[in-house]
Every structure is written in structure tokens, then in C-alpha cells.
Write a protein that binds this ligand. Structure first.
Ligand code: HEC
Length: 109
């Protein structure tokens, strides 16, 4: 590897370390880490709610299509899509609420 190639690898590695979920694309369902929980405060979601929302996303939203990258949508659009998709996935109110909080947190994270 030429020294220049090496610095590209280092730069990419640093990007992966410091960029958040939305900017470092393919992470559609990032795990509930301490920093995600801090971001969740903006939508008044605590760690158990975010964990429940992620579980709903991973288990229920995968039935008809691949997990979408929610960073593609702004918050109002995402809220509308999640309402529609929650009906399709037969979610109850608590599941819908946790899922929406998790996805809004991921997209703002
Ligand atoms: C019963 C099948 C089904 C389930 C379950 C389902 N979806 Fe979908 N989803 C679709 C279909 C079909 C589309 C294509 C666009 C449309 O019909 O609105 C879609 C499209 C989408 C899109 C893209 C919308 C757009 O405007 O580009 C998102 C985001 C999405 N789904 C999220 C979810 C989430 C989150 C869940 C979990 C609650 C979920 N889906 C569960 C069938 C489903």
C-alpha cells in the first residue's frame, strides 16, 4: 500500500468513527447506545422505549421490504409514513409510539 492510500484509509476510518448514524449511511437500525439515548431526550424517549422501538423496527418492518434508511425523510414525512406503515404492520398504539420515537431519534442522531 502506498503512503497516500494509507492516509485515505485512515481518513475513512476517522469518518466512520465520528460521523453520526444519518451521515454515515447504511446503518438503518443503529443500536441503542448512550449517545442515542441522549439524542432520544429530544423526543422524550428513554432507553427502554428506544429499545422497544428498535425491536419493533427490526422484527415487524422487515416483513414486506428491506429496512428503509429513515434519514431520507424529514420528521413530518417520517411521522406520516410510520403512521401508515404501523397500520400495515398491525402495530398497537404503544408499539407505534416506541417505533416513531426510535426512528425520529435515529434520523436526528
Ligand atoms: C404489509 C407490508 C408492509 C409492512 C409490514 C411495512 N411496510 Fe413499509 N411499505 C410497504 C409498501 C408496499 C411500500 C411501498 C410504498 C407504499 O405503498 O406506500 C412501503 C414503503 C415504505 C417506506 C417508503 C415510503 C416512501 O414514501 O418512500 C418506508 C419508509 C416504510 N415503508 C417504512 C416501514 C416501516 C417503518 C414499517 C414498520 C412499521 C413498515 N414499512 C412495514 C409495505 C409494508
Amino acid at each position: 500500500m502506498k503512503p497516500r492510500d494509507f492516509s485515505v484509509v485512515v481518513a475513512l476510518g476517522l469518518c466512520a468513527l465520528f460521523l453520526n448514524a444519518c451521515e454515515s449511511t447504511p446503518k438503518s437500525a443503529p443500536p441503542v447506545t448512550a449517545s442515542l439515548v441522549r439524542a432520544g431526550g429530544r423526543v422524550k424517549a428513554d432507553a427502554p422505549t428506544l429499545t422497544a422501538g428498535r425491536a419493533v423496527f427490526l422484527n415487524r418492518c422487515i416483513h414486506c421490504h428491506a429496512l428503509p434508511n429513515v434519514c431520507r425523510f424529514d420528521a413530518p414525512r417520517l411521522t406520516a409514513i410510520v403512521a401508515k406503515m404501523s397500520r400495515r404492520a398491525n402495530l398497537n398504539a404503544a408499539q407505534h409510539d416506541a417505533l416513531l420515537k426510535y426512528l425520529l431519534t435515529v434520523r436526528s442522531f
